[in-house]
Each structure stands twice: as C-alpha cells, then as structure tokens.
Design a protein. Structure first.
Length: 402
C-alpha cells in the first residue's frame, strides 16, 4: 500500500458570517475555486493528473448544493477529467475530506487528490439543509438530541468548569491568534480573496478581537439559557443525565466558535507522483480515525477519536508535539485536554475558532494546514488534528512532518 503525503495546504482568510462580512459578496463556488486555483498555481500542476477533489460542506444545499466540489473543479479551470465529490460529517467535514483523499491515495485508487472544504455561512445559514437528526421526532426524541450549545453547557456542568475557566481559555485563543497574525505565522498558507476584477476583498481573518479582556467577556450574556430553560432542552438533556440537578449556562459568543465564511484545500499524493512533478512532501498521514459517541452530550468525541488514531499509529499522546482541537466551544477543548492528559502548551498554540471562526465544512482542512505550518516553524515532527461532530462523533488525523 502507498503512503499518502501532503504536498501543499492553503486556505482563504475567514470572513464574518453575516451580510456585512467581507466575504458575503463571494459565493461558495468562488471561495472553493479560489483555493483550488491556488493549489494548482503554487505547485504548477497539470490538473489532468489530479484524480479527485474531495470537499467537505455541512449545509450542502442552495448555492452549496449539487456537489459543489465538481462545480468548483470546473470553475477553477481544472481539466474536465478531474472528478469532484462533496462529503458531510458536520463540523469534521473538511478533515474527513482530507482523510478520504488520503485513503484514496493509500488504496491506490488515486495518485494525486485534493481534500478540503467550503462553507459560506453568511449566504447559506447553519441549519439550511434540515435533517432527520434534529427535526424528526423518531430520532430526536429517543436519542435526547439537544442543540450543541446545551451540550457544551452540559459538559461544563458535569466537569465543573466555571465561567472564568471558559472565558480564560477564550481570552488565550484571542491572544494567541493575534500573536500569530502579527508575526506572520499564517502567511504561508493564506490565499487572499479577490473580486472578478482582481480587487482585494479580504486577506486577513476578520472575526478576531485582539483587544478582548476578561472584563469584556464577563459582560456577555449566556447564549443558551432560553433554549435550555424556556424551550425545555435542559430537561431533555437531564433525562439522559439524571444526576445533574441543573445545567449551568456559561457559553456565550465570546467563548464559542464564531460564524464565518471560508474555504481550504490540501494537495495529497503518493511518493511517485511527487517525484514525477518535482514536488517536495511536507508531511505524511500516519493514521486517521472517526468514532461515534453519546449523542446528547455530543461534543466529547475528540479524545476518543484521537486515542483511536494514535493506537492505529502505534503512538501515545505523549508522542505528539502539537494538537489542533477545533474550538467549537471552550468546554470542548478543556474537556479534551483533561481526558487526553495534554497540556495547553501543546494545544491550539496559534489560537482557534473562538478567535478566528469556524467555517463548518472547511475548518478541518484549515486546521491541517495550520498544524503543518507550525510543525515546520518549530521544527517539530508529530501533530494531531481533531474535531467534535454533531450527533455525537469525533474525527482525528495524525501527521508526521517530513
């Protein structure tokens, strides 16, 4: 079986996921095409050699529907022979797309493939595609499905995290992201977004609030109190966790991931195609894993997915130099660090989705590129990317820098 190597990774900056955001004028198709063109141009690819493009997208409907991966392939000017497929695993869709592309290479189905993702949350709002998991009582009632914010607050309640714990982590995310941007540590992978006339639209993550203080965060009202108490979701969750007397609502916009637009792409291939094209491998896939977890609490999957991936790689958490754990909510990352026994000096060292935003279907691929850039900058070897997933799942990928 072949090994799968990462040859390049790019992403757009993240734009605020509102009609006032800079990327609102850019369609999902244009965002996806932007990163595909960048991958082609940076590596001087003959695109007829690309076997498949796999893109993650959570709300694959409307402008993001009808297999946006194939549309992006065509819009980016790739050869007609290049296939495209869209995959969905909620928030891990972008990482799942990269894992799928790598699996195709390992299995010999592809010599060269691209994984990535796209999400325009300002144009295709979260929840647009509906779905049985959240709307069909046949599954939602017996599985005690609740909104993710309730799940995050449940984690904080069960683990005894305080509002100060969550806000302290959020502040650190802002500070680390600002430091990374100010020092140019993201520069290698950022592809500016331009309009049809070539005029710059955005070249920097737009959501960040580098001047944030603990006092600023303390003034924000919890986001999920009404859903939990007035709409009854707290009671639903407590049916699954009867030992909980009451859920403490502690998450708010400042310690939860931001809604943004963006896209990412990762060039993946075997050793032979790299040699033929004169491409230098930057890292190789050591292991990938996805798991299912309890669906009411929903967001505890990362530690289990990472443990599974590390077992497949014959490694332990102590062998990992850096982790990228999607900051869906502050409690998710705190829970991961506690469960995995990992210090925060190794986790999200350049900030995360709390500071920069979480463009659902693209985030996993973005984190893969961010991790690789930082491994190279620090001259480290082993990195892990992981995300919690709606419905109670987790996905993880272990890479080794070349």
């Amino acid at each position: 079986m072949a090994e799968a190597y990462i040859y390049d990774a790019v992403r757009t900056p993240r734009g605020r996921g509102k009609s006032s955001g800079s990327l609102h004028q850019s369609t999902p198709l244009s965002l996806a095409s932007t990163v595909l063109r960048a991958i082609r141009d940076r590596s001087r690819l003959d695109t007829s050699l690309v076997d498949d493009v796999v893109l993650g997208c959570v709300e694959a409907t409307g402008e993001q529907g009808a297999d946006i991966a194939r549309s992006a392939v065509l819009d980016a000017g790739y050869a007609d022979s290049v296939a495209g497929v869209t995959v969905g695993r909620f928030c891990a869709s972008g990482l799942e797309a990269c894992n799928t592309a790598a699996a195709k290479v390992i299995a010999g189905e592809a010599s060269l493939a691209i994984g990535g993702g796209v999400e325009s949350m300002s144009r295709v709002p979260i929840g647009s595609s509906g779905g049985a998991l959240f709307y069909d009582p046949r599954i939602a009632f017996p599985q005690r499905i609740v909104p993710q914010g309730i799940s995050a607050d449940l984690i904080a309640t069960l683990r005894g995290y305080s509002r100060m714990d969550l806000d302290g982590y959020a502040l650190e995310s802002q500070q680390r992201a600002a430091c990374a941007w100010n020092n140019g540590w993201f520069r290698n992978s950022i592809v500016p977004v331009v309009d049809l006339n070539g005029n710059l639209i955005l070249d920097r993550d737009e959501l960040m609030r580098p001047g944030t203080t603990m006092e600023d965060l303390a003034r924000l009202e919890p986001s999920f109190t009404v859903l939990g108490e007035k709409f009854g979701y707290d009671s639903v969750a407590i049916q699954r966790y009867p030992g909980v007397e009451a859920i403490r609502h502690l998450h708010h916009p400042g310690n939860s991931s931001g809604i943004v637009d963006g896209a990412a792409a990762v060039l993946i291939g075997n050793a032979r195609i790299g040699e033929e094209l004169g491409l230098k491998p930057r890292a190789r896939f050591r292991a990938c894993a996805s798991i299912g977890s309890e669906p009411t609490i929903m967001l505890t999957g990362p530690s289990y997915a990472v443990a599974k991936a590390l077992r497949k790689a014959g490694m332990a958490a102590a062998d990992v130099d850096l982790f990228e754990v999607n900051e869906a909510f502050a409690a998710v990352v705190l829970c991961f660090m506690d469960e995995a026994g990992v210090s925060r000096e190794k986790v999200n060292v350049n900030g995360g989705a709390i500071a920069m935003g979480h463009p659902l279907g693209a985030t996993g691929a973005m984190l893969l590129g961010t991790l690789l850039d930082e491994l190279e900058r620090r001259d480290l070897a082993i990195g892990v990317v992981t995300l919690c997933v709606g419905g109670g799942m987790g996905t993880a990928t272990v890479i080794e820098r070349i």
